[in-house]
Unconditional design. Structure first.
Lengths: 407, 407
């Protein structure tokens, strides 16, 4: 008998994204792999100034322990932002500050999931939600999802087939990995179905404020009449990820339980980081910062879309995101994105193979492309190399249907 | 049917310490309740200077995502410190940076524990370990512990009674809550017993560098020949807790798994906080800082011990810690520390009732006193009020044995 790990470890593997990111840290690699915001847009100097004031005016407090729930003025500001931009109605007491949105996933997984519980999700869904919730060993059931969002009829039928389903995990706006956004109509119908059943909803919305075009759509949380929607938000994509300041907003009865779980998980999020963000928000206009990020990302998205249009061989499809950081590509059915990645890495281009975003496997002919982290010239050059690799793989796999089977 | 939480939530309650801390945040309260370091000793100005340099020299990097394992130069420094002060032999690759030591507990709980697994611990043990590991629903078995540490014969017999015991959680140096330190001989014998069986050891050592008197004793990790000891360390008590920088040091095979779990839990610890601590350590002598903390805590411990000697009614016992932040008090058997706390809070004095530190209950006549967070005059005044409340409770409970039973 050897010293043993818990059974859950048999199924948990290192995140593909993180492992690829390591390979792609070399400066010569054109990486479409990560979900990294553009670092040149971080407000370094203004955050440095706010930080210095925190040290001068409340230095000892910033370095001491603080409450698990989070810094009260920051919770107030988060509630205000949510009420303004998510169309939600949230009080400061309904906000729990977390160490990244990833921690919101860890805590909600612990709160809702017993081993074997059924969880519904979009297909594909966010890899990080799988790694957080798989610790609790649930059973993932994918619900058919198209360009307008999750299919309400498919959801209804899955909820009937699994009447004990515990939670539904969704990213309705600029989804990771697909870049899709649910229509208003789909959101309404989703909530109608949910309220007829008895199930938690975790609405993950890290990208919602990064709308590059079109009208904004209210969050699921804004339709929540029964306190069933647990909303996850973060400053990582609209401010910076290196401070790890994010939040959960939910019914008080849920927040109280999440606080207990957060005490066990890490006691509290760093006091200094919370005071820094709070001070920054007091002295700066985050919406104005976001308004500067958007044209840059829009330009990058457009550069990627037009390069794809020009370079990609026929038979390859991709989404056209209205915001966020990602688009999603579907290769001909018999191509494998993991094989393609090997070839691309030799060409110093990286992306994330899409198979990892499907909890029950398959869909190996898909991939996720990030457009926020590279300047336009590198995006063009990267897409060129990617397209050449795709063409090569298509040829190798005999996909080029124009070539007659026999001479 | 109402929307349901996971079964584990039935047993998880809000941490008594955290709830009491909230009540005791009023400035008039003399609090012996928390485990807070003395904030007046935080090196605010020097950390502010180091932070400013981080912003100037590597600002964008500090605000971006970084690897789950932690900032490499910080991992190197942590390994060096462990090898110097714990008597351990650890490489930088064997160090995972965590968001507080509490996260080390969360991650090791996930790694080792299936529902129903037996876990051994000291009696009493750290409340925060209970809240972290109880998420996995283990069965706690307390092992007899005296002033020299865990009893090796008792440990052997518990391991025979529970041959599938999965892990042993211990704080061998300046234990929280008891203030006890295991002798060198006990450490050796503990590791002999452990290596005859097949069980993980989690050695939590947040206070080891805060030795107020006597000779330092090597960590359990330094006796670990089979890679079974997972060591938890932190900067919270020797530097400041508000940055939440701590670490796990363990065999590579364990670290690899913990990295996967940390990806799921919070992706990474804040990049900026790691760069701040790293820069601070480069430019300052942390050992010299610690050398300034020690006489202050020694004076406070001594003030508490002599006030207890003077004020406490006969029949009350307490430990005499050689270091750390806590001492442990045992009241006459029929007194209840929770009742005593109610009375003390009316007198604006707070502590943590000891019952919460016993996973299987009982021992309601014990309590934990912190001496690091209050100046000497307030310690004396607080002990005076505490002693008066104890005397009152003893009278009420009829403990004063000098009073004849019949006149």
């Amino acid at each position: 008998m050897t010293t043993r790990f818990a059974r859950r470890m048999e199924a948990l593997k290192a995140s593909e994204i993180r492992e690829i990111l390591k390979v792609t840290q070399r400066p010569e690699v054109i990486s479409f792999a990560g979900g990294l915001p553009a670092p040149e847009l971080f407000p370094v100097r203004r955050l440095a100034a706010a930080t210095q004031e925190v040290f001068e005016e409340e230095g000892t407090r910033a370095l001491q322990y603080s409450t698990t729930e989070g810094h009260p003025p920051l919770r107030r500001k988060i509630a205000e932002r949510m009420n303004a931009s998510w169309g939600a109605q949230v009080t400061p007491e309904q906000v729990l500050v977390t160490s990244g949105s990833q921690q919101g996933l860890d805590l909600t997984g612990k709160l809702f999931l017993d081993e074997g519980d059924v969880v519904l999700c979009e297909s594909p869904t966010y890899l990080g939600a799988l790694s957080a919730w798989n610790v609790m060993r649930p059973r993932w059931v994918e619900v058919a999802t198209d360009d307008d969002g999750m299919d309400p009829a498919a959801l209804e039928s899955k909820l009937r087939a699994h009447p004990n389903a515990k939670a539904i995990y969704v990213i309705p706006t600029f989804q990771n990995p697909s870049g899709r956004t649910w229509s208003l109509e789909r959101r309404r119908r989703f909530m109608e179905v949910v309220e007829r059943h008895d199930v938690w909803v975790v609405e993950d919305n890290p990208y919602g404020e990064l709308r590059l075009e079109g009208e904004s759509v209210p969050s699921l949380k804004s339709f929540d009449t029964k306190g069933r929607v647990v909303a996850l938000g973060t400053f990582s994509k609209v401010f910076c990820p290196g401070l790890r300041i994010a939040w959960v907003a939910a019914d008080l009865s849920v927040i109280e339980k999440l606080v207990i779980l957060k005490q066990g998980a890490d006691l509290q999020t760093a006091t200094l980081s919370q005071l820094q963000v709070n001070r920054y928000l007091e002295e700066n206009d985050l919406d104005a910062d976001i308004a500067k990020i958007i044209p840059v990302y829009r330009e990058r998205r457009d550069a990627m879309l037009s390069a794809l249009e020009q370079e990609m061989p026929p038979g390859v499809r991709w989404t056209r995101p209205q915001g966020g950081l990602f688009l999603w590509m579907t290769l001909p059915a018999n191509l494998n994105a993991r094989t393609l990645l090997d070839e691309c890495v030799r060409q110093n281009v990286a992306f994330v193979p899409g198979g990892a975003f499907f909890p029950n496997g398959g869909n190996e002919n898909t991939l996720r492309l990030n457009y926020s982290n590279m300047p336009i010239e590198r995006i063009r050059e990267g897409v060129k190399r990617l397209a050449a690799s795709v063409a090569k793989e298509m040829e190798r796999a005999g996909v080029l249907e124009e070539v007659p089977a026999t001479p």
